[in-house]
Design a protein around this ligand. Structure first.
Ligand code: SF4
Length: 331
């Protein structure tokens, strides 16, 4: 049953839902969480597969046809491929993607592709084993690269995107190795500016290595040509002038892309977030568990989305970092 398309108060059509299926992760990335991890959400408070499927089904009937599954690390959730299969089976879900750190891809790639996941973003912040270990606090690069290879064996999984968080005084050494990686492999590398969503609230603007700085550095060695930006896209993609691959830049801090934002998020404990940097959330789990029908749920969603923020205020006076960190929001 098709419902009225979901629109925010600024007239933007919402077409993209990011679902955090767990706040837990098997990595401890320095820019995300402390070494000891975080107090995890109560298991009883985590949405069940059926609850997630109900919300996704309702939102997809409102025109939200693209669903991205994130975490924490989604592949640590038990039977995760089963959830993917349930969501891929919803008629109005046209595109199902996963963001993962790749550590469990060697185990799950086949099951996820068979379940109907058609796009993958793999987070890799360094191509050097010791530096990867330093940043993630896990000696896991070889395992992640094996996972990527396992995934790359499935033609339907392409294009596979690599997300590298860019941090000043760390990523500079990774820029050319990643450019060469993008040129010799089928993966599309994208650099993502470090955002103030770390659990330690230690982020400073000085730590942001901007996409433009990285682009300029690569362009000196490997000339780049811009590709047209897709509507609501987060990345500005460039092709190597000699035709050897593509590379992208996601610059939420230095070049915000909020104007045509079509994204909303669902947390693992059933909260709707209308912006990555929202300071408010709308509870969907409570109404669901209290027996709300789809009409009531639809109205709650529409009221929340009507209030969707026009843009983020990172770097502006008075910016307040959300209490919930990236690991509990999902990319
Ligand atoms: S910061 Fe908020 S409004 Fe801007 S692009 Fe991200 S989710 Fe959309």
């Amino acid at each position: 049953m098709e419902l009225e398309p979901l629109r925010d108060g600024h007239g933007r059509l919402i077409g993209d839902l990011r679902v955090s299926v767990t706040d837990r992760c098997n990595f401890r990335c320095q820019y995300c969480m402390p070494a000891e991890g975080l107090p995890w959400l109560e298991r009883s408070g985590i949405l069940s597969f059926e609850e997630i499927a109900r919300i996704v089904s309702l939102l997809s009937a409102m025109g939200v046809h693209n669903v991205r599954l994130t975490g924490g690390e989604p592949l640590v959730r038990r039977n995760f491929p089963e959830l993917a299969r349930m969501l891929a089976g919803i008629d109005d879900v046209h595109d199902l993607s996963v963001t993962t750190n790749g550590f469990l891809l060697e185990r799950d790639a086949e099951a996820l592709v068979a379940a109907g996941v058609n796009r993958f973003n793999v987070s890799v912040d360094s191509l050097q084993r010791d530096r990867f270990f330093e940043l993630t606090r896990r000696d896991a690069l070889p395992q992640v690269l094996r996972g990527l290879e396992a995934l790359a064996a499935f033609p339907e999984a392409h294009p596979i995107k690599i997300n590298a968080v860019s941090i000043r005084d760390f990523t500079e050494e990774e820029v050319l190795p990643f450019a060469q990686f993008a040129r010799r492999t089928p993966y599309q590398v994208r650099f993502i500016e470090f955002m103030p969503l770390d659990a330690d609230h230690a982020w400073t603007p000085e730590q942001v290595l901007s996409g433009e700085e990285i682009r300029a550095a690569i362009n000196l060695t490997y000339p780049l040509e811009p590709e047209p930006r897709e509507a609501s896209a987060t990345a500005q993609v460039y092709r190597f002038a000699d035709g050897k691959g593509r590379i992208g830049f996601i610059n939420p801090v230095s070049e915000p892309f909020c104007g045509d934002c079509n994204r909303i998020r669902l947390t693992a404990d059933g909260r709707l977030r209308t912006c990555l940097f929202s300071l408010r959330e709308t509870d969907l789990r409570g109404p669901i568990r209290d027996g709300a029908d789809d009409r009531e749920l639809e109205q709650i969603v529409r009221d929340a989305v009507w209030q969707k923020e026009l843009k983020h205020h990172v770097g502006e006076p008075g910016f307040v970092q959300p209490a919930r960190s990236m690991s509990a929001i999902g990319g």
